[in-house]
Design a protein around this ligand. Structure first.
Ligand SMILES: Cc1ncc(COP(=O)(O)O)c(C=O)c1O
Length: 396
């Protein structure tokens, strides 16, 4: 069979695993080792000069991680990738790899809380400035890039937690004119629904903790690019030197999770669409954020660049924060928790939890109300999830 022509669903299961079947094992072994043994000085020379691809030390290379890195590169239509200990290790390493003192990073106004802290607070200590903009409207982007200070544009689409949709292709077209790198966090979509590298992005990052894993039992991250030299630099100058390496066991769990990504996402989305419509029609719900609803402002761009609308929904209820707390305190099936992409339905209050780093003024300015509730729609029977929400909303 021609491997280049194999479909995404096949690659979720087989991608990158060609050479790893010692003892005819169906699944790859977990190479649970810190170091690797050299035969002699000739072997040392070959490995250290990259003439041989044998491994030296797991904080650099490990065969189990290599399969995951190859598979993720294939799934994102990239050339190579680097696995990290967490999504934040991937994001911070990529940002540090592109920025130096005196540069600016331009970010979309709503980001996952730690990514917001990293781009607007941590990098500031190293004299990297930031520009926080609304990338759903690109009319001022050229002006913002024209002084040459911005070296990286960083955003999520859909964004966490208000699901704003950014036209990736349009941002990349403008960025290319000014030689600015575009880094896209594809966590909410997963490679099944969206491929930012095909739309012109330079690097895609993931919190693999979420849909890639799918089972809520791993913290991991990954960065993928089409430029193999860049990935070598990211791996050996940043992942390895900062030390945010993924464990071989977590890589193995992610390989297992990936096998079912597309069927999980299909079911997540089927449930999410029904829940979004249920919420939209509910008298106690004042606003629903879900790109799949035709009434949602980002719907058209999402339809253009995504294969489906994902399974993250945010909403606001009548009566503000006090009633939002009542809903949260009344759910029984949905679990009150940060994180997303698990089999279990999770619900949270972003302004009090994942997005606590934003101050009140910024929350209002960026459209993140204190009472916004965010749901990561799980894989349970949708009728049970709706019954749980109905019960919680009846408490208002
Ligand atoms: C969109 C997004 N990006 C990045 C991260 C950070 O990932 P991790 O928790 O794996 O470091 C998260 C975590 O919730 C997230 O939601």
């Amino acid at each position: 069979m021609n491997k280049d022509k194999m479909k995404f669903d096949t690659m979720l299961i087989h991608g990158g695993s060609d050479h790893f079947n010692p003892e005819n094992a169906l699944n790859p072994p977990i190479f649970q080792t810190s170091t690797f043994v050299f035969h002699d000085t000739d072997h040392i020379e070959k490995v250290m000069s990259f003439e041989s691809s044998d491994c030296v030390y797991t904080r650099g290379n490990n065969p189990t991680l290599k399969i995951l890195e190859k598979r993720m590169a294939i799934l994102e239509n990239g050339v190579a990738s680097v696995a990290f200990a967490s999504g934040m290790a991937a994001i911070s390493s990529v940002l540090f790899s592109f920025l130096k003192p005196g540069d600016d990073v331009l970010v979309h106004r709503t980001l996952y809380g730690s990514s917001y802290n990293m781009t607007t607070k941590v990098l500031k200590r190293y004299n990297v400035g930031n520009r926080i903009v609304n990338l759903t409207n690109l009319s001022t982007l050229e002006d913002l890039l024209s002084d040459g200070k911005v070296k990286v544009i960083y955003f999520e689409s859909p964004s966490n937690p208000n699901l704003e949709i950014i036209d990736i292709e349009e941002v990349c077209k403008i960025a290319k004119k000014y030689n600015v790198k575009v880094v896209v966090d594809n966590t909410f979509a997963s490679p099944y629904l969206q491929k930012p590298l095909d739309l012109g992005a330079d690097v895609v990052v993931h919190s693999a903790t979420k849909y890639i894993c799918g089972h809520g039992d791993v913290v991991g991250g990954i960065a993928i690019a089409k430029d193999e030299d860049y990935i070598m630099e990211l791996k050996f100058d940043f992942m390895s030197e900062f030390g945010g390496v993924m464990s071989p066991f977590n890589a193995w769990l992610l390989l297992r999770g990936l096998k079912t990504l597309s069927i999980r996402m299909d079911r997540h989305m089927e449930n999410a669409m029904k829940i979004a419509k249920y919420l939209e029609a509910h008298e106690k719900v004042v606003k629903v954020y879900y790109p799949g609803l035709s009434s949602f402002p980002g719907h058209e761009v999402a339809t253009k660049q995504m294969k489906g609308y994902g399974a993250m929904i945010s909403f606001e209820v009548v009566g503000g924060f006090e009633n939002a707390k009542k809903v949260l305190n009344s759910v029984e099936l949905a679990k009150i928790a940060v994180s997303l992409g698990d089999c279990e339905t999770l619900i949270e209050l972003p302004a009090s939890m994942t997005h606590r780093g934003y101050n009140q003024e910024q929350l209002e300015l960026f459209g993140l109300s204190r009472e916004m509730l965010r749901i990561s729609v799980g894989l349970e029977a949708v009728t049970d999830i709706i019954e749980d929400l109905e019960h919680a909303l009846s408490k208002i």
